[in-house]
Design a protein around this ligand. Structure first.
Ligand code: TYD
Ligand code: MG
Length: 458
């Protein structure tokens, strides 16, 4: 007779408690406790994927670190360079990768597309969300086919492991973790205990079989991957697929990576026939126009390790209401207010009576402080109604006293600006030390203060 035990789980952070709580003692959220049935008396051994005998069991014993042989991680290189980069140089054997993203952003498309391109890798795509027909239709849309691509529409982990044993794939993709169900846990798919259990089963599977597994996961309204935070600790790599539904651009970001840097980024464009890698993102973020407009400045920023040139647009108008309005899209509003205060105090400009609207073109959000100088110049340009000369860009942080501060990776930024045909770049005077600028053809103008930039520009 199996004994059924129930427990309460916080649906936000996964905290487990024997009784119901109004407020989660772990994450502080209210009303998040749900009772879930947890069946406990099945021996661990029986739950294991190894019941299905995919590989011989490994026994573990204490070993001296010096005895461990250093092995180059085996990696599968996909034809998708953006994905390779974000993973730290390809898919590591035996790794468990969680990919989060809002519904409809293109997660299924991205992984179906990649699996179809991996012609020499036997891939199993497990879908608990869509029928075979729907997946076939999407594959047709992407216009790709692959003889090594196998499909399984199933949600029970036990059946999945049995099928895996038969097929012996080299790569497994699960779409999505919220649909999986372990027969050893009674609660509904998508509940905290189910997600935790199924992920744990897949983790054991990946580690012991050395087969990489991708888990696709949904994101909740507040942007975290639905399910407990513990999920992120259990996997090796967490990727986030994000973008604005209204724009075609999608960014694949590394949140956590045991096998590489977390500063990596991949950029895609959603087209009618799947996702296209964007190898030169700067080109799409800067609008190509003939006539010069006031209020537009180009910033040489970095997104992770990649230089990215973005267009900053400002509109400064006479305020008609008592309180002047300030709005910022893609840029921190408080930072905008700070820059306006700097201009007011250090430059003597009267932004206090103006409405100010700021927008970063392309629907992206920039956190890099090096964008400050471009924001400031866009504001000044709109204030003066005087366009910034063409082929000029900016890279510098602005301090509270109006000084232009140095930013990191300045050479990479300058090189990117030069590559895109810019003729002048304004940087901080403090960035000049120890860098040989003679190798650049672009004119590098080093400035120390806001006033200097103004004099040089207008
Ligand atoms: P999907 O991969 O289903 O998103 P997710 O798995 O993250 O929920 O794709 C979502 C959107 O992408 C859908 O609205 C249709 C669009 N799309 C295209 O624009 N072009 C294409 O080639 C494909 C396959 C999808
Ligand atoms: Mg999907």
């Amino acid at each position: 007779m199996s004994k059924i035990r129930t427990a309460f789980f916080c649906q936000n952070c996964g905290y487990e408690s024997a009784k119901w709580n109004g407020k989660c003692p772990s994450c502080g959220e209210w009303n998040t406790f749900v009772e879930e049935r947890v069946q406990k008396d099945i021996p661990q051994k029986q739950q294991d994927w190894k019941n299905n005998d995919i590989s011989p069991a490994r026994t573990h014993k204490i070993i001296n670190l010096a005895e461990v042989v250093t092995r180059e991680e085996e990696r599968i290189l996909t034809p998708d360079n953006e994905l390779n980069r974000v993973l730290g140089g390809g898919i590591v054997a035996g790794s468990l990768v969680l990919v989060g993203g809002e519904p409809g952003i293109g997660k299924s498309t991205l992984f179906l597309q990649n699996a179809l391109q991996l012609k020499h890798i036997k891939t199993l795509y497990i879908s608990g969300e869509e029928s075979e027909q729907q997946i076939k239709m999407r594959a047709d849309r992407i216009q790709n086919s692959n003889e090594q691509f196998y499909l399984l529409t199933e949600t029970s982990t036990q059946t999945i492991f049995q099928e895996i044993k038969k097929l012996q794939p080299q790569l497994v993709i699960v779409d999505s973790i919220q649909t999986l169900q372990s027969p050893f846990i009674e609660s509904a798919p998508g509940s905290v205990s189910q997600i935790r259990e199924t992920t744990a089963e897949l983790q054991r599977f990946a580690k012991e079989s050395n087969i990489p597994v991708f888990l696709i996961g949904h994101i909740t309204k507040d942007g975290s991957i639905a399910g407990p935070k513990v999920l992120e600790h259990m996997v090796d790599t967490v990727l986030q697929f994000e973008g604005d539904q209204h724009y075609a651009y999608r960014i694949l970001r590394t949140i956590k990576n045991r096998f590489g840097s977390t500063a990596e980024l991949g950029i895609y464009e959603m087209t009618g026939t799947g996702l296209r890698q964007v190898t030169n993102p700067s080109e799409i973020l800067i609008s190509q126009r003939e006539d010069l407009l006031s209020g537009v400045a180009i910033a040489a920023t970095m997104e992770g390790m990649r230089p990215l040139l973005v267009e900053v647009q400002a509109l400064v108008t006479q305020s008609v209401y008592g309180t002047p309005q300030r709005t910022a899209t893609g840029f921190d509003l408080r930072r905008l207010q700070l820059l306006l205060a700097v201009l007011e105090k250090r430059g003597g400009f009267h932004f206090g009576v103006k409405d100010v609207f700021l927008n970063i073109a392309g629907g992206i959000r920039v956190e890099d402080p090096a964008i400050d100088l471009a924001v400031l110049c866009a504001l000044l340009s709109s204030y003066e109604d005087n366009a910034i000369p063409p082929k000029v860009c900016f890279s510098g942080e602005v301090g509270l006293s109006g000084e232009i501060r140095a930013v990191n990776r300045i050479e990479q930024r300058i090189a990117e600006a030069e590559k895109l045909g810019f003729e002048k770049i304004f940087i901080s005077r403090y960035n000049k030390k120890g860098i040989d600028f003679s190798k650049f053809h672009i004119e590098v103008i080093a400035v120390g203060r806001v006033e200097e930039v103004y004099q040089r520009l207008f």
